[in-house]
Design a protein around this ligand. Structure first.
Ligand code: VGL
Ligand code: ZN
Length: 257
């Protein structure tokens, strides 16, 4: 929307673009529901949330999501899938595949789920180690069969690069590349992004922050999310609030979409 010059003054072109941007938001809002990673592995599989510190049941999101889909008329529905190759950097059993930073106390042979490792390839970056999950084309990577999948729903895969994890459905964790999500939303004229799914403190939260960065009005459906760790959920909620993400209950969604 703004010119490259970044001179602090608003040119007439910038003024016009900003005007259209806000007019469109007010006069022609287009809504999208992003259903984040409601996949078997996070519900009944290798990364079942009920076995994570918060002890929440991943399946608990499904009635809230299905009822939001039944009662509210979203213009666009997108399903993201964590979609990892077998040699993915986040899998604990792959900790020995890539060089680890010298200051890191973790020995690949003793690496445990939840350990934080600093890999030096392809760049120096901290990585939390997870059990193998959502391997491409496996049962664990399938959307849970109880989740309502609308016709014309769009599936967006993430975490496909073996060397970079991707919590957000927009950018990967190193912000090296984007999925097609932003483009899919923009080409449909989406202004308002509603978020739900798994896990609140990881993939849903990261996607919400990036949604705001892209300029979408962003609304998180709170009872349609479950998370990994209560402390992290609390920190993520504060960060989302600070960035302007709104929180609503699924029963209210039909009144605002
Ligand atoms: C997720 C951990 C690892 C998520 C994905 O979808 O929240 N969590 N990969
Ligand atoms: Zn993952």
């Amino acid at each position: 929307l703004l010119d490259e010059d970044m001179d602090g003054k608003i040119s007439s072109g910038e003024f016009q673009r900003l005007g259209y941007y806000w007019l469109k938001k007010v006069l022609f809002p287009v809504s999208a529901l992003l259903v984040i990673d409601v996949q078997n592995d996070f519900i009944d599989g290798s990364l079942a949330l009920r076995n994570c510190p918060a002890g929440q049941d991943g399946a608990g999101v499904i009635p809230a999501i299905n009822s939001a889909l039944d009662t509210a008329k979203f213009d666009v529905v997108i399903y993201s899938k964590d979609w990892h190759p077998p040699n993915h950097i986040s899998f604990v059993d792959n900790a020995g595949l890539r060089p680890i930073h010298g200051s890191c106390k973790v020995n690949p042979a003793d690496a445990k789920v939840g350990d934080k490792v600093v890999f030096t390839h392809p760049r120096e970056m901290e990585q939390i180690l997870w059990p193998a999950h959502c391997v491409q084309d496996s049962w664990g990577s399938e959307l849970n069969p109880k989740l309502k999948v609308v016709k014309n729903g769009v599936v967006v895969n993430k975490g496909t690069n073996p060397d970079v994890d991707s919590y957000s459905a927009f950018w990967d964790n190193a912000k090296l590349s984007q999925t097609e999500l932003a483009q899919e939303l923009s080409k449909r004229g989406v202004t308002d992004v509603y978020l739900c799914g798994l896990a609140y403190d990881i993939c849903v939260g990261s996607s919400g922050l990036h949604s705001v960065e892209h300029g979408f009005r962003t609304i998180l459906i709170e009872d349609a999310c479950r998370g990994v760790d209560l402390g992290d959920i609390d920190r993520m909620r504060k960060e989302l609030n600070k960035r302007g993400v709104l929180h609503v209950n699924s029963c209210k969604v039909k009144d605002i979409v």
